[in-house]
Design a protein around this ligand. Structure first.
Ligand SMILES: O=C(O)CCC(=O)C(=O)O
Length: 233
């Protein structure tokens, strides 16, 4: 799927989402929507922790965001249902780096042993499991930026194309990273669309204040094994 859009400098860009595994959309949200979301972020993350899980259930504003036309218009196919939601922030109290990894887990309402779904874990009272790579390959993540995220504010780095290699054993990551990484600086209001299997990492912010991201994962509900149910749909 080739996408054509205008980048920050007004140039028309064509990016192959399927080849690269990510696309950055500029200025998707306007300032008044951003302000509502920042206020909601402050309410949900009053302790300024690194992240909060399961936010759609806690916030009608974030549930509404997931179905705003300017957001659903970005999604390419039938993967229009939000199935997982998180908030991430980097602050002076929680200024974290994260090493190269793929997002390999989904969340379910309950745990059942199903072939191809393993290992299971439980975080914040929610069951998490690694589904088959073929399921992850059909999912889409949107990262909605509430703050400008320049090189000094711990932006996300990605390894373009790495989502096409299935689940990558950790010992192969350094060699893959040598082939080239991209640092994705963004402005508030920009939305990064990426495949969960795209290798990504980020550094600590140099002068942390806020780097607020609303992270929403979308899927076609029927791709999940019939014995399981998505936790957040
Ligand atoms: O926001 C970041 O820097 C990375 C968050 C993360 O680990 C993830 O999306 O899996």
């Amino acid at each position: 799927m080739v996408l054509t859009f205008e980048d920050k400098s007004g140039k028309t860009r064509r990016m192959n989402f399927e080849t690269e595994g990510y696309t950055l959309f500029s200025s998707v949200l306007d300032e008044s929507t951003l302000e509502v979301l920042r206020q909601e972020f402050r309410r949900l993350n009053s302790q300024s922790t690194a992240g909060i899980r399961n936010v759609i259930a806690q916030s009608p504003a974030i549930a509404a965001l997931a179905s705003l036309e300017c957001i659903t218009d970005l999604l390419l196919g039938p993967e229009r249902q939000p199935v997982r939601s998180l908030l991430f922030d980097k602050t002076p109290q929680a200024n974290w780096p994260v090493a190269w990894h793929q997002d390999r887990t989904i969340t379910t309402k309950e745990r059942h042993e199903v072939e191809g779904y393993s290992p299971w874990s439980r975080k914040a009272g929610i069951d998490h499991v690694e589904p088959p790579a073929e399921l992850l390959e059909q999912m889409v993540t949107l990262r909605i930026h509430l703050d400008d995220t320049g090189e000094d504010n711990g932006p996300l780095s990605v390894i373009p194309g790495s989502h096409r290699k299935g689940k990558i054993p950790p010992d192969q990551i350094p060699e893959i990273a040598e082939r080239g990484t991209s640092s994705l600086t963004c402005n508030a209001g920009d939305v990064l669309m990426m495949r969960p299997l795209l290798l990504h990492s980020s550094r600590r912010a140099q002068e942390p204040s806020h780097r607020r991201i609303i992270h929403l994962e979308f899927a076609e509900l029927a791709i999940l094994d019939r014995q399981l149910n998505w936790a957040e749909s």
